[in-house]
Design a protein around this ligand. Structure first.
Ligand SMILES: CC(C)(COP(=O)(O)OP(=O)(O)OC[C@H]1O[C@@H](n2cnc3c(N)ncnc32)[C@H](O)[C@@H]1OP(=O)(O)O)[C@@H](O)C(=O)NCCC(=O)NCCS
Length: 181
């Protein structure tokens, strides 16, 4: 798949590129200053970009190299990247459990300059579609209010907690979305 998406741009990304003297808008935006990105399947060639994205997005919980290789290569994993002009700016991975009844989103992250453009929303919706499970779950730090807002907006509801789940002792909240019955 290779889906072209677009959304209004309001952040520093727009200001950054508006300073270009060559043309009034860069070619990854349209004339309405809309950021253009694609959602594509990721693979092992994305390892270096994914390492950089992990370091920026998850300074406390970044996965070790072996886990990153695993998420890009193991079978039965939905792995998607958001791309702007050949650059990976977002990533999501999810897997199927319980004989295909349950999907679990293991990670989702978007680079800071590309946030609030709907990219995480697009990644999650496409991941849900490709998982094609009745239910999708994920866990999130109790303090991660940005991600919690995102999940609630997409219809996820909190179903339980895992006390002390993260390495620094923070509690995890478990969210679930019913996709189909
Ligand atoms: C959480 C994260 C993935 C959101 O990515 P994003 O592309 O900016 O998300 P979207 O643009 O799709 O946001 C959709 C909605 O989520 C909510 N949201 C997202 N970021 C928010 C923020 N900083 N503050 C408040 N609400 C926020 C809003 O309701 C937003 O809709 P709106 O922009 O119309 O108000 C991104 O901030 C990130 O990578 N954070 C670091 C990694 C992380 O915490 N990942 C989740 C781990 S469980």
């Amino acid at each position: 798949m290779n889906q072209q998406k677009s959304c209004p741009i309001t952040s520093q990304v727009g200001q950054l590129f508006h300073s270009s003297k060559k043309r009034s808008y860069p070619h990854h935006m349209d004339e309405h200053h809309t950021l253009l990105y694609t959602i594509q399947s990721a693979n092992w060639r994305d390892l270096n970009a994914l390492r950089r994205l992990e370091q920026v997005c998850f300074p406390k919980d970044g996965w070790p190299l072996l886990d990153l290789i695993g998420v890009l290569t193991y079978p039965n994993i939905v792995r998607l990247k958001a791309v702007v002009e050949d650059k990976m700016v977002g990533f999501i991975a999810g897997d199927r459990r319980d004989e295909g009844y349950l999907g679990w989103i293991a990670t989702v992250g978007v680079l800071p300059n590309y946030r609030r453009q709907g990219i995480a929303t697009a990644l999650i919706l496409e991941c849900e579609r490709q998982l094609n499970t009745a239910v999708v779950r994920l866990n999130v730090r109790r303090s991660n209010t940005q991600a919690i807002s995102l999940y609630k907006q997409l219809g996820y509801v909190q179903i339980s907690t895992w006390p002390g789940y993260y390495s620094d002792g923070e509690e995890a909240l478990i969210f679930e979305k019913q996709i189909w019955r």
